[in-house]
Design a protein around this ligand. Structure first.
Ligand code: SF4
Ligand SMILES: [Zn+2]
Length: 466
């Protein structure tokens, strides 16, 4: 699988004695790419040179807030010129540091704004450093996102793309992290997540979808436990990935895949894997029978990229039951086989039944994740047919009010809301173990959802948005 170290200062003088060895050690440790941000013009040039020498090293160019006051005449133009190099994947690191105040604050702010604009002109992401200046950093970023970036292409008005980027070494709280995600930004967490006294970083690491998180060492600084206090290097990334994995209950491979996808979207580094009929996550195997669905939920990316935690589910052809069975292998290796995918599995009822029967015959456990519309889709009560084939069913409740349900799923609310309730009731009767899941969003009435589940004899599960 491998990991991407999205932030390492390999050009730093701490590596002058053994830079090549450090890069080799990183490769041996499974680091497939390293992004080296620049801190001033000279360092940015070194970063580009290093990226030129190593295929898996990439550069960002820019002025760090510490160095903002050092930028002489024409140096930002030189940064912009440098950013045209094919191994340059971003503008950074830029931002505000009011902890050390090595450059006057007004100069830091001006340089930050100018480099944000530069990144936008060049259609490159930014790598943001923000220390004890989160409020101002956020308001500058929010302002940049709101600005529609109009420019003129001859007589025609045109638009620059919205700014995007990553907050590196993110030190804000969970609320700020989600605000950033809403702005289309990502964040990266260094070895701080392994420190015992890092409750805030741990809370962020636990609650942000893995595909919006990047891994970083911030070498040579911030070595993770148990190497804390030593010179840090990219080969230590697996320690950070393991800590995030523990917080999210994900395997190191899951963390690698999710964070690599975040790096791919941001920097264009690496590639998305081939579309999958089956995939493993935590200790279960998931079956992607179809990406078709009778609904069209406003929050669903089925018609978009259809990627979950870095796994590509955009299948071009639906799998035959035999293909799925061959991929599952021995079902006893997994806690359960889950029919899920990026579509509604009951659309392929026959295939689902055939696979489920095989899994049960071979000692495995099965679960169906569904929108609960299977009886409408198949024009009959399908639950008696599924008795004995499924060990559990999870039905998405989505909303507690039929009108809201219809608006969220873009279908006839009352009709499908009632169909979903009937399906759940029948599932309790024929399958037994039924979970009604609701997304933990502010505008969903959790108490009412809990009551609906209780009335139907189903268990209730409130899950995070991702
Ligand atoms: S029911 Fe599920 S698969 Fe269908 S559109 Fe909604 S979220 Fe997507
Ligand atoms: Zn840095």
């Amino acid at each position: 699988m491998g990991y991407i170290d999205s932030h390492a200062h390999l050009t730093s003088k701490e590596f002058d004695g053994d830079r090549d060895e450090v890069i080799r050690r990183a490769q041996d440790a499974g680091v497939t790419a390293i992004v080296n941000p620049g801190t001033d013009l000279e360092d940015s040039r070194l970063a580009v040179e290093l990226a030129d020498r190593y295929t898996h090293v990439y550069a960002c160019v820019g002025f760090h807030p510490h160095e903002a006051a050092k930028a002489g005449d024409g140096e930002l133009e030189a940064i912009e010129e440098l950013s045209r190099h094919p191994k340059v994947v971003g503008i950074g690191e830029i931002g505000l540091d009011f902890h050390y105040d090595f450059s006057p604050r007004d100069v830091q702010e001006r340089m930050f704004r100018e480099q944000l604009a530069l990144a936008r002109r060049r259609n490159l992401p930014v790598v943001i450093h923000s220390r004890e200046a989160m409020d101002l950093t956020m308001s500058i970023v929010e302002e940049a996102v709101r600005d529609d970036g109009e420019w003129r292409n001859g007589a025609q008005p045109a638009r620059y793309p919205a700014p995007r980027g990553v907050f590196h070494c993110f030190a804000g709280d969970v609320g700020t992290a989600w605000r950033l995600l809403d702005l289309g930004f990502s964040l990266s967490l260094p070895g701080i997540v392994t420190f015992k006294n890092s409750a805030s970083a741990a809370a962020v690491a636990a609650s942000i979808p893995i595909e919006h998180l990047l891994l970083e060492t911030d070498s040579p600084y911030l070595a993770p436990v148990p190497l804390r206090g030593t010179r840090n290097e990219p080969a230590n990334i697996p320690l950070i990935a393991a800590a995030i994995g523990r917080l999210q209950h994900l395997s190191p491979d899951d963390v690698g895949r999710g964070t690599n996808y975040a790096a791919l979207k941001l920097f264009g580094i690496g590639e998305l894997g081939a579309p999958r009929f089956t995939y493993t996550l935590r200790d279960a195997v998931y079956v992607n029978l179809t990406i078709r669905c009778n609904a069209d939920c406003v929050f669903c990316d089925r018609k978009g990229e259809a990627v979950i935690k870095g796994i590509n589910l955009r299948i071009e052809k639906e799998p035959e039951p035999e293909e799925v069975i061959a991929e599952i292998g021995d079902p006893r290796r997994y806690k359960e086989v889950v029919f899920c995918g990026y579509g509604e599995p009951t659309i392929r009822l026959d295939a689902l039944k055939q696979i489920a029967r095989w899994v049960k015959d071979h000692g495995g456990r099965t679960r169906l994740n569904t929108n609960g519309h299977g009886n409408v889709i198949n024009k009959r009560n399908i639950l008696p047919e599924l008795a004995g084939l499924l060990d559990g069913v999870s039905v998405s409740l989505n909303a507690t009010d039929p009108g809201q349900y219809g608006r969220l799923m873009r279908l006839d609310g009352p009709l499908f809301f009632n169909a979903m309730l009937d399906f759940t009731r029948e599932a309790v009767r024929h399958i037994g173990h039924v979970l009604l899941t609701v997304v933990d969003l502010e505008d969903v009435d959790q108490e009412k959802a809990r009551q609906i589940a209780a009335d139907l004899g189903a268990e209730f599960h409130s899950r995070p948005y991702f």
